[in-house]
Design a protein around this ligand. Structure first.
Ligand SMILES: NC(=O)c1ccc[n+]([C@@H]2O[C@H](COP(=O)([O-])OP(=O)(O)OC[C@H]3O[C@@H](n4cnc5c(N)ncnc54)[C@H](O)[C@@H]3O)[C@@H](O)[C@H]2O)c1
Length: 337
């Protein structure tokens, strides 16, 4: 079987824009693209991203950072200049915010995509776009693992709805304006540089109160987790190895783990004993919050047909993430990031 590195080297585009490239996943993809010798532009408004994530990238002459907003036509046009391929990651990924501020998700996760597509339509240099959609579009899927052609799709959160709306816009622009689009529906992505998510949340809480951990919901929420280095390989090869106008891939690991098991792994990695787990009980039958999907496992057969296989199970990804966070520990807590 081909190695992942050789699969990734099939990517032909020379100059690439990464929207949201100062964020968690975006900055890892930037590093990998630069390693592959690509010229990389990043457009980011630093709303949740950090320049510190791009420290290594900034040492490269092939890297250009554009601080700006996707909602601003000029910012986006400038960053897109000469780019043949776009990894579109900029978004507000905080699912819970959509409960109290749906307008924010509409602006940051739908209108931003529309504005980007408008610039692509008018500049005509872009040949392809890769979009980070989400498993949340499936809502409470009745079929696990859930394949890409599962339907009818019924998202339960504003975030999931916004991602599904963006998928539709991207598909229509790709067909009408002649560029390729690859939509990747991501499971929970974890690893170093993440500012949110259950592993980071537990470590932050345990840092403050090492003998007690509050868990949102009833702890039985069971989902698929993928380590960030695996995720970015998939984003690249799903584009590099396919040809159709619009392709859709689930991107996740092959198994799942429960919130309760994550709590156990995190406390073990932190070397804490006798931690009292306090369950909030949650809403709507143990969900962490309204719209939280309790069971999620993606069918990744389509991805595996490309020759890619996950190296980590969900639990191994959680452990590796907790270990990576603890290494960053002093930096994170000393600087208050
Ligand atoms: N992390 C996950 O588990 C996960 C799961 C499914 C999908 N996704 C998607 O993957 C992408 C990356 O997620 P992440 O976890 O790295 O989040 P992140 O918040 O770390 O990254 C998002 C980046 O987008 C930037 N941004 C936001 N709005 C912008 C705007 N209007 N103009 C320019 N830049 C803007 C932010 O500053 C940030 O750097 C997002 O689209 C997210 O919805 C993430």
């Amino acid at each position: 079987m081909r190695t992942h590195a050789s699969l990734i080297s099939k990517l032909k585009a020379k100059r690439i824009l990464v929207t949201g490239g100062a964020g968690f996943i975006g900055s890892h993809i930037v590093d990998l693209l630069l390693e592959q010798g690509k010229q990389v532009h990043v457009l980011d408004n630093l709303s949740s991203g950090r320049l510190a994530n791009l420290e290594t990238a900034q040492e490269s002459p092939n890297f250009h950072f554009f601080q700006g907003d996707l909602l601003d036509f000029k910012d986006t046009s400038r960053a897109l200049e000469g780019c043949e391929l776009v990894f579109h990651l900029a978004a507000n990924p905080q699912v819970r915010t959509g409960i109290t501020n749906p307008e924010l998700h509409f602006q940051q996760n739908v209108v931003t995509t529309f504005q980007l597509l408008e610039v692509i339509r008018q500049t005509k240099t872009v040949k392809g776009l890769v979009f980070t959609s989400s498993s949340t579009i499936y809502g409470d899927a009745q079929l696990l693992p859930t394949p890409e052609d599962y339907g009818p799709i019924k998202p339960m959160s504003m975030y999931g709805a916004a991602k599904l709306a963006s998928e539709g816009l991207i598909s229509s622009y790709a067909h009408t304006h002649g560029f390729r689009a690859v939509i990747c529906r991501l499971a929970n992505i974890i690893g170093p540089r993440a500012k949110i998510g259950v592993v980071r949340d537990f470590i932050d809480k345990l840092h403050k109160t090492p003998n007690r951990l509050e868990i949102l919901g009833d702890g039985t929420q069971t989902k698929s987790y993928l380590y960030v280095s695996e995720c970015i390989e998939c984003l690249i090869l799903c584009y590099a190895l396919t040809q159709r106008q619009v392709e859709i891939f689930n991107v996740g690991s092959e198994d799942r783990t429960s919130v309760k098991e994550i709590a156990q792994i995190v406390t073990e990695v932190m070397g804490l004993a006798d931690v009292e787990l306090q369950y909030s009980g949650g809403v709507d039958g143990g969900r962490g919050w309204k719209g939280d999907v309790k069971q999620m496992l993606l069918d990744i057969s389509r991805l595996k047909e490309l020759g890619w296989n996950p190296r980590y199970t969900s639990a191994q990804a959680v452990r590796a993430t907790a270990e990576a966070f603890l290494e960053e520990f002093s930096t994170i807590y000393d600087s208050g990031l």
